[in-house]
Design a binder for this molecule. Sequence first.
Ligand code: BES
Ligand code: MN
Ligand code: MN
Length: 464
Amino acid sequence: MTDDHGDLDTYLERTAAKRLDDYFAFLRIPSISALTEHEDDVRAAARFVADHLRESGIENVEVSETGGHPVVYGDWLHAADAPTVVVYGHYDVQPVDPLELWLRPPFEPSVEGDRVYARGAADDKGQIHLHLWAARAWLAVRGHLPVNVRYVFEGEEESGSVNLDRWLEANVHRLRGDLAVISDTSFFEGNLPAITVGLRGLMYAQIDVTGPKLDLHSGSYGGAVQNPANALVQILGGLKAPDGRVEIPGFYDDVAELTPQERTHLARIPFDEDAFRVGIGVPALFGEPGYTVTERRGARPTLDINGIWGGFQGEGSKTIIPSSAHAKISCRLVPNQEPDVIFERLRERVSELAPPGVNVSLRLHSGGRPSVTPIDHPATQTAARCVLEVFGQEPLYVRSGGSIPVAASFESIAGLPVVLLGFANPDDQAHAPNENMRLDNYEGGLRTIVRYWSALAVLRPVAA
Ligand code: BES
Ligand code: MN
Ligand code: MN
């Protein structure tokens, strides 16, 4: 069976201006999941997605409660004998600070050159939007979809998906299918088309060090009490060796070492270290000895301080011993590390390093397991063919350093193989000021998904 999709392409060309307006309307909703003052905005974004699905003819659309921000569910299950795809994306976005570095307000989208600028343009509203319009195109032009689809759009990915697993467990009947497609990743450096085949996990924690019940005069008390800020840096300094290795006993115990074949594969990915370095503006790259930059970013675990505060930060000087000091730290995890186990090992290490004279507490903020998806799965190979057809280039298979906890959950809770089919440009500035999405990636992504649904329909059986 051949399908040139000419009628669908014509529809997409005809609707280009309207789609851009609609994309902008979605981006204007400040759905920042981490900030309680945006709770109503997150719900407004959920409603936007739900209404969109309904208007296209997707059925059983529901804004479904999770205890936190809702999941938007909808399905279309009339493609008899064709596979069922569970589609995932997240409609929440990251906070926007530092606001002063944005060239345009983050929730007033604009096109500059060949890119759309706004918070969420790429991560991940833009990519949800591709799925909304792929469905709309099929249903408007052909009156049906070639595959069965179930949409699961989340609203708290950027704040750790804390309620999602419970929702997935309670809704396994809505996850019955043959595979999950997650569109929340990007192409490789140089905007080379890529399919992601591995994601790192995450363990995110906070350390609070408390000392005297109030800030003390550092002259009257200095020398007589432990300083919480000094204690904190002592602890943090003991977590990582100067060469970049993590110094937590047992941290590397469960790490699956790269096989020689995997290393060969990763070495073949074209990577310009110097361009990468210049692009991020650092004098030198840095990381764990014995591994290439590509290996360090995708297949090795890390520990980073995400934020550190305490004591005097104002203008001039103030001579105090602060009463407390704090840090947020996170570890990127690789197979077969478990976030809970890593948290326990961190706890042991922190108590070993904690100096006398202060109270040190450690709490787990959120966690997510790593995942690796097989390159040779027929659904992955089919996706690759569609990417080639649209972008004119064979996609690279890359392991991404980012985390999408739901990938591991789809496998463990619903038994679904996962295809990470994402289209963001690697210089999208996700989580940073001036987030953007290239319009050629957007338009190509849409056409790829439109074709992927037909290609999956004739691929049977989908499960290897
Ligand atoms: N879309 C990203 C994940 C991602 C980042 C994939 C980079 C590929 C490359 C996702 O929205 C995200 O930011 N995830 C968080 C984890 C979450 C638990 C807060 C992350 O990776 O920091
Ligand atoms: Mn994302
Ligand atoms: Mn993100």
